[in-house]
Design a protein. Structure first.
Length: 180
Protein backbone atom coordinates (compact mmCIF):
# COMPACT_ATOMS: atom_id res chain seq x y z
CA UNK A 1 0.00 0.00 0.00
CA UNK A 2 1.38 3.40 -0.99
CA UNK A 3 1.88 6.01 1.66
CA UNK A 4 -0.11 9.17 1.30
CA UNK A 5 1.84 12.37 1.36
CA UNK A 6 0.63 15.02 3.74
CA UNK A 7 -0.27 18.35 2.31
CA UNK A 8 2.07 21.02 3.63
CA UNK A 9 0.73 24.51 3.98
CA UNK A 10 3.05 26.93 2.28
CA UNK A 11 2.58 30.46 3.51
CA UNK A 12 1.67 32.80 0.73
CA UNK A 13 3.47 36.09 1.00
CA UNK A 14 1.39 39.16 0.70
CA UNK A 15 2.44 42.54 -0.66
CA UNK A 16 2.37 43.95 2.89
CA UNK A 17 4.62 41.19 4.28
CA UNK A 18 7.05 41.69 1.41
CA UNK A 19 7.02 45.44 2.03
CA UNK A 20 7.58 44.93 5.77
CA UNK A 21 10.51 42.61 5.10
CA UNK A 22 11.96 45.12 2.66
CA UNK A 23 11.58 47.93 5.20
CA UNK A 24 13.44 45.83 7.77
CA UNK A 25 16.26 45.02 5.33
CA UNK A 26 16.66 48.62 4.15
CA UNK A 27 16.50 49.90 7.74
CA UNK A 28 19.10 47.36 8.86
CA UNK A 29 21.50 48.25 6.03
CA UNK A 30 21.02 52.00 6.50
CA UNK A 31 21.50 51.72 10.29
CA UNK A 32 24.70 49.74 9.74
CA UNK A 33 26.13 52.33 7.31
CA UNK A 34 25.15 55.23 9.60
CA UNK A 35 26.61 53.41 12.62
CA UNK A 36 29.89 52.91 10.75
CA UNK A 37 30.01 56.66 10.10
CA UNK A 38 29.31 57.34 13.77
CA UNK A 39 31.96 54.85 14.92
CA UNK A 40 34.55 56.39 12.59
CA UNK A 41 33.63 59.85 13.90
CA UNK A 42 33.93 58.80 17.55
CA UNK A 43 37.13 56.78 17.12
CA UNK A 44 38.75 59.74 15.30
CA UNK A 45 38.19 61.65 18.54
CA UNK A 46 40.26 59.12 20.48
CA UNK A 47 37.29 57.68 22.37
CA UNK A 48 35.56 54.33 22.32
CA UNK A 49 31.82 54.30 21.67
CA UNK A 50 30.93 53.41 25.28
CA UNK A 51 33.17 56.13 26.71
CA UNK A 52 31.78 58.70 24.26
CA UNK A 53 28.21 57.71 25.12
CA UNK A 54 28.81 58.02 28.88
CA UNK A 55 30.46 61.42 28.52
CA UNK A 56 27.72 62.61 26.16
CA UNK A 57 24.98 61.69 28.66
CA UNK A 58 26.78 63.61 31.40
CA UNK A 59 27.28 66.61 29.08
CA UNK A 60 23.61 66.82 28.13
CA UNK A 61 21.86 65.43 31.25
CA UNK A 62 24.21 66.54 34.01
CA UNK A 63 25.35 64.37 36.94
CA UNK A 64 23.64 60.96 36.95
CA UNK A 65 23.66 57.76 39.01
CA UNK A 66 25.82 55.04 37.43
CA UNK A 67 22.85 52.70 36.83
CA UNK A 68 20.85 55.43 35.06
CA UNK A 69 23.76 56.17 32.73
CA UNK A 70 24.01 52.45 31.95
CA UNK A 71 20.33 52.31 31.00
CA UNK A 72 20.57 55.43 28.84
CA UNK A 73 23.56 54.14 26.87
CA UNK A 74 22.41 50.50 26.79
CA UNK A 75 25.30 49.06 28.82
CA UNK A 76 25.11 46.23 31.33
CA UNK A 77 26.01 46.97 34.94
CA UNK A 78 29.46 45.41 34.45
CA UNK A 79 30.13 47.36 31.26
CA UNK A 80 29.02 50.70 32.68
CA UNK A 81 31.19 50.15 35.75
CA UNK A 82 34.19 49.40 33.51
CA UNK A 83 33.51 52.48 31.37
CA UNK A 84 33.16 54.75 34.42
CA UNK A 85 36.35 53.27 35.95
CA UNK A 86 38.23 53.86 32.67
CA UNK A 87 37.01 57.46 32.38
CA UNK A 88 37.72 58.15 36.05
CA UNK A 89 41.29 56.86 35.64
CA UNK A 90 41.68 59.40 32.79
CA UNK A 91 40.35 62.10 35.16
CA UNK A 92 37.42 62.84 32.83
CA UNK A 93 34.77 62.18 35.47
CA UNK A 94 34.43 61.50 39.16
CA UNK A 95 32.07 59.61 41.42
CA UNK A 96 30.56 61.22 44.48
CA UNK A 97 28.20 59.91 47.13
CA UNK A 98 24.52 60.24 46.29
CA UNK A 99 23.10 62.69 48.87
CA UNK A 100 19.69 60.97 48.61
CA UNK A 101 21.05 57.44 48.95
CA UNK A 102 24.35 56.92 50.74
CA UNK A 103 24.84 53.60 48.98
CA UNK A 104 24.55 55.11 45.49
CA UNK A 105 27.15 56.97 43.50
CA UNK A 106 26.63 60.01 41.28
CA UNK A 107 28.90 60.46 38.28
CA UNK A 108 29.87 63.95 37.16
CA UNK A 109 32.21 65.38 34.56
CA UNK A 110 35.46 66.96 35.64
CA UNK A 111 36.54 70.23 34.05
CA UNK A 112 38.85 68.25 31.75
CA UNK A 113 36.07 65.81 30.89
CA UNK A 114 33.58 68.60 30.14
CA UNK A 115 36.08 70.34 27.87
CA UNK A 116 36.92 67.10 26.03
CA UNK A 117 33.32 65.96 25.44
CA UNK A 118 32.10 69.43 24.49
CA UNK A 119 34.72 69.62 21.72
CA UNK A 120 34.26 65.96 20.76
CA UNK A 121 30.48 66.22 20.61
CA UNK A 122 30.66 69.36 18.45
CA UNK A 123 32.89 67.51 15.95
CA UNK A 124 30.68 64.41 16.09
CA UNK A 125 27.54 66.51 15.48
CA UNK A 126 29.14 67.95 12.34
CA UNK A 127 30.08 64.44 11.15
CA UNK A 128 26.52 63.20 11.73
CA UNK A 129 25.09 66.27 9.97
CA UNK A 130 27.24 65.43 6.95
CA UNK A 131 26.09 61.79 7.12
CA UNK A 132 22.45 62.90 7.05
CA UNK A 133 22.94 65.71 4.53
CA UNK A 134 21.18 63.67 1.84
CA UNK A 135 17.88 64.37 3.65
CA UNK A 136 16.25 67.77 3.86
CA UNK A 137 15.35 69.01 7.33
CA UNK A 138 11.66 68.08 6.97
CA UNK A 139 12.64 64.60 5.78
CA UNK A 140 14.84 64.16 8.86
CA UNK A 141 11.97 65.21 11.12
CA UNK A 142 9.62 62.79 9.35
CA UNK A 143 12.18 59.98 9.54
CA UNK A 144 12.55 60.49 13.30
CA UNK A 145 8.77 60.43 13.70
CA UNK A 146 8.41 57.21 11.72
CA UNK A 147 11.34 55.48 13.43
CA UNK A 148 9.97 56.35 16.87
CA UNK A 149 6.56 55.06 15.82
CA UNK A 150 7.87 51.72 14.61
CA UNK A 151 10.30 51.48 17.55
CA UNK A 152 7.52 51.96 20.10
CA UNK A 153 5.37 49.42 18.28
CA UNK A 154 8.19 46.87 18.05
CA UNK A 155 9.07 47.32 21.74
CA UNK A 156 5.42 46.91 22.73
CA UNK A 157 5.25 43.65 20.76
CA UNK A 158 8.01 42.30 22.98
CA UNK A 159 5.99 42.97 26.12
CA UNK A 160 4.02 40.09 27.59
CA UNK A 161 1.04 42.37 28.05
CA UNK A 162 -1.11 42.30 24.91
CA UNK A 163 -2.87 45.47 26.02
CA UNK A 164 0.30 47.48 25.57
CA UNK A 165 0.47 46.39 21.92
CA UNK A 166 -3.01 47.70 21.28
CA UNK A 167 -2.19 50.91 23.11
CA UNK A 168 0.91 51.51 20.99
CA UNK A 169 -1.03 51.00 17.77
CA UNK A 170 -3.91 53.23 18.88
CA UNK A 171 -1.54 55.93 20.14
CA UNK A 172 -0.38 56.71 16.64
CA UNK A 173 -2.88 55.38 14.18
CA UNK A 174 -3.31 58.64 12.32
CA UNK A 175 -0.63 59.87 9.92
CA UNK A 176 -0.64 63.25 11.59
CA UNK A 177 -0.12 62.24 15.20
CA UNK A 178 3.32 62.83 16.62
CA UNK A 179 5.52 60.36 18.46
CA UNK A 180 7.70 61.81 21.21
Amino acid sequence: MAKRKRAVAIPVSSPSSEAATRVWLVLWKAAHAIEQNAMRSVSALGLGSSDFAVLEVLLHKGPQPVNIIGKKVLLTSGSITAAVDRLQSRKLLRRTADPKDGRGRIVRLTKTGRHLIARAFQKHAIDMEETMAVLRFREQVELVRLLKKVGIWAAARLDDNGASRAGARDADSSPRSSVK
